[in-house]
Design a protein around this ligand. Structure first.
Ligand SMILES: Nc1ncnc2c1ncn2[C@@H]1O[C@H](COP(=O)(O)OP(=O)(O)O)[C@@H](O)[C@H]1O
Ligand SMILES: [Mg+2]
Length: 251
């Protein structure tokens, strides 16, 4: 991890239908770090992701990726630059095998980067990316399994593999642990940590502090649409504003 910023928001705000959802969010995500974004339901975590990826247009502020102002770019242009996300809702094709799912995700990303004469090369490249993504998420042994047959925990891992197959530079994960049993959690979080160890910047939304406290380099705390703090886990735990506003309520 370096101190260089890769993804930066400056005074980001989002108001919709008269409701102020996000206000003055200024965040510097460092190249290669594991940043956890925590906060209770309704704090604005998913909305922040929607502004980062271009799903919604901010009503105030700017977003920069690797120094480039991407505020006015559509989602696909941001994805092309390496900003990739998973959704709270899964995008798995349950009738296909695990490997087919991963290969399709890789193919979608590779489309356009090869001409018609290199179709075979493209298929190979997609397949190799799929292999790597399954390896890294611990699903290699289940490559030929139909996705519908996976356990819930393995489906969450496949969600991760699908974004990984798209070769992210910055990976935005929105509650990848949703609906998982406490027993499966450490395994999934370890996979996320392994992904980051390979050089990918990871920003992970999680509403339970205990899940990320030992693994995140830094924790950003959101509350009522504002960023309360963004610091190392121990500093966040000791932060009085955070304690009164958030920890006091929900932990
Ligand atoms: N498209 C939208 N239109 C109106 N309100 C929205 C929209 N998206 C989110 N909100 C509201 O914004 C607030 C923050 O939601 P969200 O970003 O999903 O929070 P979180 O992910 O932290 O649970 C909630 O009050 C939610 O109802
Ligand atoms: Mg959310």
């Amino acid at each position: 991890m370096s101190d260089a910023a890769i993804l930066v928001t400056e005074g980001l705000g989002w108001t919709i239908g008269g409701a102020r959802i996000l206000e003055d969010v200024s965040l510097e995500i460092r190249d290669g770090e594991f940043l956890a974004v925590i906060g209770p339901n309704g704090a604005g975590k998913t909305s922040l992701f929607n502004l980062l990826t271009g799903l919604h247009e901010p009503t105030a502020g700017r977003v920069r990726l690797a120094g480039e102002d991407i505020t006015d770019l559509p989602p696909h242009a941001r994805a092309q630059r390496g900003l990739k996300r998973s959704f709270q809702v899964t995008s798995i094709f349950t009738a296909l095998t695990v490997h087919e799912n991963a290969r399709l995700a890789a193919q979608a990303e590779l489309r356009g980067s090869f001409d018609i004469w290199t179709r075979v090369t493209r298929r190979d490249a997609a397949s190799q990316r799929a292999d790597r993504a399954l390896e890294l998420t611990g699903l290699a042994d289940l490559a030929d399994e139909v996705a519908a047959n996976l356990s819930h925990g393995n489906k969450r891992k496949l969600d991760l593999a699908l974004v990984l197959a798209q070769d992210p530079r910055v990976l935005l994960l929105d509650e990848p642990t949703a609906g998982m049993s406490m027993e499966d959690l450490p395994d999934l979080v370890r996979v996320v940590r392994d992904i980051q160890a390979q050089g990918t910047t990871v920003v992970m939304v999680e509403h339970r502090m205990d899940v990320v406290i030992d693994l995140a380099d830094r924790i950003a705390v959101m509350h009522h649409g504002s960023l309360l703090a963004c610091d190392r886990p121990d500093a966040v735990m000791a932060n009085e504003t955070v304690q009164t506003a958030y920890l006091g309520e929900s932990l």
